[in-house]
Write a new protein. Structure first.
Length: 331
């Protein structure tokens, strides 16, 4: 027998089927998010007390959720906890792993934290016992950090700080005394600076005196002229030294000529003693004397030119009046 559905019935049926499909899809999505469709592995652990653990409390590894507390059972004087952990993380549960009760804060909800074991340790079988460690109480934490000992050390320091603050607040204490001395020193410096600026006192008079400043500027101008003359003299020094060297060479040459003339006179005197030829001897002597005079004149000219040099002239001693030896010879 065939059942005929009118148009409205078909629309309603399609709507209901759509709603059911949508709900199934949402259920699947939520279930996957809640790990409803994943496989869990059961483990057990034992604590000395419950530490306020509750069923469905999280089981975490490195603070990431990997399971939950399925059941809490009292066994004699211990608390046995049934854990369900995702099969994906069962390879991290080994014989040296440790389960501890932890909480994000002192007043937060407790959860079980799994400290993973080493890769060399054997795996714990399904339904096996995970070693546990008791949760640290507040007193244990204080004992670990030696809070009491630290407090005993801090209290004297705080008392010392309070005493120092009390001394600093004392108007007759070292702080205010030092500040008063500093203010007086600043006032004295300001007064001295004001007097100097106003031209009072020796230093102020020197600074404000226009005559002294003009004298200093004049001396600086003279110093510039002296430096310029020194530069000019330095630039001429190589040429002057060359001239001096040439004159000394000429003096040496003339001295050699004079020595030669003296030798000639000695030779002539010797001939006089041997030959007695007076006229010839006289002529030779006169010629020799004339050569000596010419050489001495040349030397005198060279010496005079050296004396006129501006580098040599200031260092010469005062001139002495020479004796007239030529007049004696002529007589």
């Amino acid at each position: 027998m065939e059942v005929d559905y009118n148009k409205k019935e078909k629309i309603v049926g399609t709507f209901v089927i759509g709603i059911v499909v949508l709900m199934l899809a949402m259920l699947i999505i939520i279930g996957r998010g809640k790990d409803w469709f994943k496989t869990y592995v059961t483990y057990y652990t034992t604590f000395d007390e419950s530490y306020n653990l509750k069923e469905n409390a999280a089981v975490k590894l490195y603070r990431a959720d990997i399971g939950k507390v399925k059941k809490i059972i009292l066994a004699e004087d211990k608390v046995r906890v049934k854990l369900v952990i995702l099969e994906d993380y069962s390879s991290r549960i080994r014989s040296d792993s440790v389960a501890i009760v932890d909480s994000p804060t002192f007043i937060g909800s407790e959860y079980i934290s799994i400290i993973p074991g080493t890769s060399d340790a054997p795996l714990i079988e399904k339904g096996g016992e995970i070693p546990s460690r008791g949760k640290k109480s507040v007193s244990d934490i204080l004992a670990e950090f030696e809070v009491e000992k630290t407090a005993k050390m801090v209290i004297p320091a705080i008392q010392d700080v309070a005493e120092v603050a009390q001394i600093m607040r004392d108007p007759k204490g070292p702080l205010f005394t030092a500040l008063d001395s500093f203010n007086k020193t600043l006032f004295s410096l300001e007064r001295v600076a004001h007097d100097i600026e106003a031209g009072k006192g020796t230093i102020g008079g020197i600074i404000r005196s226009r005559v002294i400043l003009d004298k200093i500027l004049s001396d600086l101008d003279k110093l510039d002229e002296i430096l310029e003359n020194i530069n000019k003299a330095s630039s001429k020094t190589p040429g002057i030294m060359g001239q001096v060297q040439d004159n000394l060479t000429a003096v040496k040459k003339i001295g050699d000529d004079v020595s030669e003339s003296v030798s000639s006179i000695k030779r002539i005197i010797k001939q006089v003693e041997e030959n007695r030829d007076i006229p010839e001897i006289t002529r030779s002597v006169k010629n020799g004397i004339q050569e000596i005079r010419d050489g001495v004149d040349e030397i005198d000219k060279v010496v005079q030119s050296l004396q006129e040099n501006f580098l040599i002239k200031p260092n010469l001693p005062p001139e002495e009046k020479p004796e007239n030896i030529d007049a004696g010879l002529r007589q």
